[in-house]
Design a protein around this ligand. Structure first.
Ligand SMILES: C[S@@+](CC[C@H](N)C(=O)[O-])C[C@H]1O[C@@H](n2cnc3c(N)ncnc32)[C@H](O)[C@@H]1O
Length: 293
């Protein structure tokens, strides 16, 4: 997703595009809402960004002040959801931090391919944004031609993609990407698993069939019963405070099969007690070393 509305957060541009001003107390109220709803920490440096992203919500609802908007959002569950969605940052791209996919291909995949029990393969893109991450995972598993995907024939392989923001989850489920978005996809993968459609590409049915995209708040209940061979939770924890991070880390590690891998973003580190149950296996790659929970 690269639209201006979903551009990365930064708080340094000038206020304002006109319209109602955002006072400190209103910003603090919005920050409290984001913390309560998504555990997203909004420091005061995000005030300009909050103003620009929410001004449209005020306009769409015919409201004249941020105070009126906050009162409205607190009474209206749908508007609250739209508020949270407007303040998430969904920047992503195909083959982002590609060393993770090299590790998947060179270390985890051979283990899965050798498994004599042919156990189900489960992977989770947690904070998937518009799906580029989960389809990169799918393409890595499938390889660059149909012969390389033979190992998956008859094998139970499922990839879960979740995000708190409904529009991006819908985009992930659709699996359609404008041509410019697919530029980072190596040609061999694009040829094998993307189908030309209008001004872009749709992920091939084989790739889409592996993926299930769902709205899920990482701080809500998780309905999943199974454990995962790999969890990608990348460039998501940067938005949380330390308490939320260490809580989430522990839950993610619980969700891994023993020996499963957790991949996190380039600027992220495991900071809580969960780190003691994991061993570093490379740059921002961790393997669960304790037993089943
Ligand atoms: C910057 S994107 C990262 C996308 C992808 N993982 C990557 O690295 O390219 C962060 C995503 O985390 C999602 N997110 C933020 N807070 C969340 C929460 N509490 N629960 C679930 N998803 C959340 C946002 O909606 C956003 O799509």
């Amino acid at each position: 997703m690269t639209s201006a509305a979903l551009a990365p957060m930064s708080g340094n541009s000038l206020l304002s595009d006109g319209g109602p001003a955002l006072g400190d107390s209103e910003f603090a109220a919005i920050a409290r809402i984001m913390m309560a709803e998504a555990r997203i920490h909004l420091p005061p440096t995000k005030k300009v960004l909050v103003h620009s992203r929410l001004s449209r919500r005020l306009r769409d609802n015919g409201l004249k002040s941020f105070k009126d908007y906050i009162d409205f959002a607190q009474r209206d569950a749908e508007e609250l959801r739209l508020l949270v969605t407007a303040l998430t940052t969904n920047h992503t791209h195909f083959f982002r931090e590609s060393h993770h996919f090299d590790h998947l291909r060179d270390v985890l995949m051979p283990q899965l391919q050798r498994d004599p029990a042919r156990a189900p393969v489960r992977m989770w893109s947690a904070g998937c944004s518009s799906g580029e991450e989960v389809y990169t995972l799918a393409m890595t598993l499938l390889g660059t031609d149909r012969a390389q995907s033979e190992w998956m024939r008859g094998r139970d392989v499922r990839l879960l993609a979740t995000d708190i923001s409904e529009p991006v989850v819908r985009a992930a489920a659709e699996g359609f990407y404008a041509e410019s978005i697919t530029e980072g996809v190596p040609e061999a993968y694009r040829r094998a698993w993307m189908v030309r459609e209008g001004a872009g590409y749709r992920m091939a049915d084989t790739a889409r069939a592996l993926v299930s995209a769902k709205v899920l708040n990482l701080f809500g209940d998780w309905p999943m019963k199974q454990r995962y061979d790999a969890i990608f939770c990348r460039n998501v924890m940067i938005y949380f405070d330390d308490t939320a991070k260490s809580e989430l880390e522990a839950r993610l590690v619980d969700m891994l099969k023993p020996g499963g891998f957790l991949y996190i973003g380039h600027s992220e580190r495991l900071i809580g007690p969960a780190a003691e149950r994991m061993r570093s296996r490379g740059n921002t790659i961790y393997q669960r070393t304790d037993g089943a929970s």
